[in-house]
Design a protein around this ligand. Sequence first.
Ligand code: PLP
Length: 381
Amino acid sequence: MRFGTKVIHAGLAPDPATGAVMTPIYQTSTYHQKTPGEHKGFQYSRSGNPTRKALEDNLAALENGTYGMCFGSGVAAIDAVIKMFKPGDEIISTDDLYGGSYRIFTKIFEPFGIKFKFVAMSDLANIEAAVTANTKLIWIETPTNPMMNIIDIEAVSKIAKEHNILLAVDNTFATPYLQTPLDLGADIVMHSATKYLGGHSDVVMGALICKDEKIAEQLYFIQNSSGAICGPQDSFLVLRGIKTLHLRMQRHCENGKVIAHYLKNHPKVDQVYWPGFEEHPNHAVAKKQMKDFGGMISFTIKGNRKEDAFKLMSSLKVFTLAESLGGVESLTCHPVTMTHAAIPKKEREKSGVIDSLIRLSVGVEDVNDLTDDLEAALASI
Ligand SMILES: *Cc1c(COP(=O)(O)O)cnc(C)c1O
């Protein structure tokens, strides 16, 4: 099956009990057993629930994986991955990382004795230099948040394999519509399904997908033991959202392209970060590993004044000033004060997260209303 068919059909079948075409919301914690141990595959909803299972199978198919696992949030999915490791183990990650990932790595897992190294991954030599005998995992995000750097998944996976290290890719920004990291050598794909997969800003959820049975066993053991699962209602909503993932992503990309070029030509705008520009330092890699360039754009304002960024963002009428991304509606956020407040100033400025940086999640509205909105807001500063 091709992607646009998989989003609608993969892992799904009419409900065996009633013939319902849409996967029912199995709002149950437990399941009848005929004799002890004799059941229909479900015993208790922490361990498995048919609505969640349908979503997990669907996601596994979309990422060209074999096993899917869904969690109560993206960070709960990250938490499950890091729990595969032990005190003394080392993990290498990118220096331009989602703030919540940085926080759970450094504030939750470092005190338990797992070491993290954050390196600039645009230069692969930095990864090689950080590898030791204790390195167990490389954790990457591409495109990165909020600087839209692109990391060459295939190249990183080669390094990981040479040193017998696992590679996990946070595929939240790209979605499997744009790139499938397992095909490029990654071992684990992670999603904040809160974003594009859900797509309607009405659910918080996380997901992991992998191909290898042993990794799946470990992750499933952690999912069931630590218990950070998502509920059946939320599973239904994400299943519903995914049915239009390909349509939404296509429009996000089209609108993103228009907005990126609009901003680039505006006299008050300084830098525009979007991997579709030919002069983007990793454009060639983006072109190689992604189907299109997505709807996430960051930009800075000339003079780099926080007041200008604030004024612009509060003047916007179609773009909503809010955290999160990937919904049908356009959102804007100020990374320094919102998503990246947990990252020390020196760290974030090194990677370009400066005071006037504004991040846009370009939605699927009529793009002319979006450029009109930006035009009026830019005129106000
Ligand atoms: C939002 C996000 C997360 C965390 O997911 P939650 O669902 O908010 O817990 C992780 N990675 C990226 C890239 C994100 O955008």
